[in-house]
Design a protein around this ligand. Structure first.
Ligand code: ATP
Ligand code: MG
Length: 440
């Protein structure tokens, strides 16, 4: 296995000082899958203070990032490496992370506390792969299997349920039968887990290649963490534009969206308001008027509970609120949208609308898809050409209006008026032309 030179160096130094050391966990899994490993974790028999003093004597910078849990971070050539002492977890309370950890000398105990067999392997050059739970077999067979008794492992820490779904989505692996049963038996314990940690796993799940399959197979788990989606699960939409029920449409829309966490989160929640506003006309056709506004309100509640950043909150709820306003492709004026919600949100809104459309009846969407793709091109052209769509793009500013005698609020209002005219191509964005207009 071709582990990074830095990690190898750290392992060698610890070995030379009489301690065992390995790369471990996710990075071993990723190496074996032939993927670039994200963060590289090292596990060692040396106690944290020993790691610290050994590495410092080699002039390697060490940061005490989690001494209590046995972790220090070595910084080598500007890159951080977490080095954690072999440990076994103390008692678990309320299906949450253990309060205490005990350091141990046998790597076996350290590997047994890890969540899944594919995440419970260690490696170094002299010993090769340490694989006590047949992680390699499961990796080859594309299986996610808990280390030990799945039911107990999920009762210890229910976040592992979300991690199982996340790995299933990102790797395209099946969750092994008894582990899968334990997922459903213990999913209610997710209510003990902090919403931030659940949200982190949810977003990783959403950007996985197999998100749609996982959202489908494990929708009951999704119903535990987002109960507001439950009414959508079996909500029919008898309408020629649709071939799936609301939840089916939602997961297809997630699948059709680019692998961006904000866009995919928006797709997951975009039609969450539909069941509440559903009406059926006398021909039996279902309608969902105002579902976008309703959805934005419900999404606000969901996102607050997840304690998401302001950026995610604003963007997702804005995109949900407007997702239906760009339904009629013949009436869309891109520059108006740029003026209204800005460049970043406009670009995202069209990604959302396109993903939404792809999850409709494929026989109906040809014209709309074509139009939206044209609009996306137009958007990029407008940006590239530096056309005006925001106040700061105008060739006049507040001072010009002040000089003409405008005061206070009237300045802002007049500038808005000018911008609207410019955006609508009714006035040239040229100082002389604008001043002429104002003097008229
Ligand atoms: P990623 O590629 O997202 O970093 P990862 O498997 O490395 O995936 P981390 O959260 O970085 O995930 O955790 C590193 C390792 O720690 C895991 O591979 C696993 O061995 C162990 N681990 C992490 N979280 C848990 C948990 N909740 N229960 C048991 N073991 C865990
Ligand atoms: Mg990791």
């Amino acid at each position: 296995m071709n582990i990074s030179e830095n990690a190898e160096k750290l392992i060698n130094i610890l070995n030379e000082n009489g301690f065992k050391a390995y790369v471990v966990g996710g990075c071993v899994r990723d190496y074996l899958l032939g993927k670039d490993a994200g963060d590289i974790d090292i596990t060692t028999s040396a106690a944290p203070q020993q790691v610290e003093s050994i590495l410092q004597s080699e002039n390697i910078k060490v940061v005490e990032t989690g001494i209590k849990h046995g972790t220090v971070t070595a910084v080598l050539n500007g890159k951080p490496y977490e080095i954690t002492t072999f440990r076994k977890d103390g008692d678990y309370k309320d299906s949450r992370r253990p309060e205490t950890v005990d350091f141990v000398t046998d790597i076996k105990e350290d590997l047994s506390r890890r969540d899944f067999t594919i995440n419970a392997m260690a490696y170094n050059h002299s010993e090769g792969i340490v694989d006590l739970f047949d992680g390699q077999t499961d990796l080859n067979n594309k299986i996610i299997r808990a280390v030990g008794n799945a039911d107990l492992r999920f009762k210890e820490d229910a976040l592992r349920i979300m991690r199982a779904l996340r790995f299933s989505s990102t790797l395209g692996f099946e969750i092994e039968e008894s582990t899968k049963k334990a997922v459903f038996d213990n999913m209610h314990l997710l209510s003990n887990i902090s919403s931030e940690r659940i949200f982190t796993e949810l977003t990783k799940l959403l950007i996985g290649d197999y998100a749609m399959q996982v959202l489908n197979e494990y929708r009951e788990v999704i119903g535990v963490i987002i109960p507001e989606l439950k009414p959508a699960f079996d909500c029919g939409q008898n309408n020629p534009w649709h071939i799936y029920n609301v939840y089916g449409h939602i997961i297809h829309a997630v699948h059709a969206a680019p692998k961006d966490k904000i866009i995919r989160l928006t797709m997951l929640l975009h039609d969450i308001g539909k069941p509440q506003v559903k009406t059926t006309d006398d021909r039996g056709i279902d309608h969902f008027k105002t579902h976008a506004a309703m959805g934005a309100e419900i999404a606000k509640k969901v996102l607050k509970r997840f304690k998401v950043s302001n950026e995610i909150f604003d963007k997702v709820t804005t995109l949900i609120y407007y997702h239906q306003s760009v339904e009629n492709v013949d009436n869309i004026r891109i520059k108006r949208w740029l003026a209204k919600i800005g460049e970043d949100y406009t670009r995202a809104l069209f990604q959302v609308r396109l993903a939404d459309l792809y999850a409709h009846n494929p026989e109906k969407i040809g014209y709309e898809v074509e139009k939206l793709s044209e609009l996306q091109k137009e958007l990029e052209e407008i940006i590239a050409a530096g056309e005006a769509f925001k106040l700061s793009d105008l060739s006049v500013n507040g001072n010009d209006l002040l000089a003409l005698g405008y005061k206070g609020r009237a300045i802002g209002e007049k500038l808005d008026e000018i911008l609207n005219l410019v955006v609508d191509d009714k006035l040239e964005n040229e100082k002389k032309a604008i001043l002429n207009y104002l003097n008229r």
